[in-house]
Write a protein that binds this ligand. Structure first.
Ligand code: SF4
Length: 368
């Protein structure tokens, strides 16, 4: 066993095993949102949401992985569809006093960290992320304490408390140059929480890192064999892969990149068919940008290689028109971040944004 393997195996022991019940609970909650509408219900909900957004001085910001109808509604009502950091930034620039964040919990927290004076509401604050769940702050802090000579770099998909413990926050779009920069400063890097993204960064930069062993329940399911088989049917298709996917899936990619990078690639590549290994909510923006192109879901190792529920993020799917209308009606599900934590978490977030500003060719866009 080399040093990296020893560290990974030691570190693996402290990563909590994600209970299948949590995924099942999220799927059950999501079903309430996706259950068939009664006649006229969908139209009534959309009309009510539009009117309540005005009444509550609120703007809807939705993540690329939410349902097409939420993304469309965000756009139709002057809101925004993006990754988590761009969602928070848009919220900062928009005059509305209330931000409705359709996404998962860490996105609501990031919006609050960057916009403390605004009210941040979520359709369901229990919507979370396996990367966040697999990186509890106590175990993670202990890991950091054991390696005080390392600079702590965490991915955006983490709780506010974990961000507060970090030196840098990164998105998938900016992780490579930040890690290269830190290595150039002779700093040793401790990375969390996604092991696949961490390995990808390590391999691409050649920088040895201590890597926390979390993973995304969705991206981890894509298989290289499944993609190769689909390529036999669609030999001209380009393969677009998010780097939260396993290494063997990344190896068969034509383009590896953040959500924003994959959307851009689908737009600019002179290719008509794409096999896409990321959450299929992203197809809304891809199809919007390139209506004539064909987008295929990369197969997973699930029971059915093409079943939608294998690929839909169960937590993202907890956002729907029904609970969006409710949260606007009742003005509940507000996201709070304790001020001390917020101030500490803002430091590594700001460091990333300042880093990007000094390098105009870089964008911080691109977390899950
Ligand atoms: S798709 Fe994966 S990384 Fe994104 S929110 Fe869902 S579990 Fe987290």
């Amino acid at each position: 066993m080399n040093t990296t393997e020893m560290n990974e195996s030691k570190n693996q022991a402290r990563v909590p095993v994600l209970a299948e019940e949590l995924v099942e609970q999220a799927q059950a909650a999501a079903l309430k949102q996706t259950a068939d509408y009664a006649p006229g219900e969908r139209e009534e909900l959309i009309a009510r949401i539009k009117s309540l957004l005005l009444k509550q001085d609120a703007v809807l910001v939705a993540h690329y992985y939410t349902s097409p109808e939420l993304q469309q509604l965000a756009e139709e009502t002057g809101g925004f569809v993006a990754d988590s950091l761009e969602m928070a930034r848009f919220g900062n620039e928009h005059p509305a006093t209330t931000l409705i964040v359709a996404g998962v919990r860490f996105m609501g927290e990031t919006a609050k960290i960057l916009n403390p004076e605004k009210r941040v509401l979520m359709p369901d604050p229990a919507a979370t992320c396996s990367l966040d769940l697999e990186c509890p702050v106590d175990a993670f802090s202990q890991f950091c304490d054991e390696h005080p000579d390392h600079t702590v770099v965490v991915y955006a998909n983490t709780s506010a408390e974990v961000k507060a413990r970090a030196d840098w926050v990164v998105t998938s779009g900016i992780a490579l140059p930040i890690v290269e920069y830190l290595a150039g400063q002779k700093q040793r890097v401790l990375w969390a929480p996604d092991k696949h993204l961490g390995s990808y960064v390590q391999k691409s930069t050649g920088v040895e890192m201590l890597i926390w062993q979390g993973s995304c329940v969705i991206h981890e399911r894509f298989t290289a064999d499944g993609i190769k088989n689909l390529k036999l049917k669609y030999p001209g298709a380009a393969v677009l892969v998010h780097p939260e996917s396993p290494a063997e899936v990344i190896e068969v990619a034509d383009v590896v990149g953040s959500t924003t990078a994959l959307i851009n690639a689908s737009k600019t590549m002179d290719v008509q068919e794409f096999i896409v290994a990321t959450e299929p909510g992203i197809f809304y923006k891809m199809k919007q940008a390139s209506p004539g192109k064909i987008f295929l879901e990369a197969p997973t190792g699930g029971i059915s290689a093409t079943c939608e529920s294998c690929m839909r993020c169960p937590w993202m799917a907890m956002n729907g028109l029904r609970n969006l209308a409710e949260v606007l009606e009742n003005v509940n599900n507000e996201i709070f971040v304790e001020e001390d934590i917020r101030r500490k978490a803002l430091i590594p977030l700001q460091r990333m944004m300042d880093f990007a500003k000094k390098r105009p060719s870089l964008k911080v866009k691109g977390n899950a």
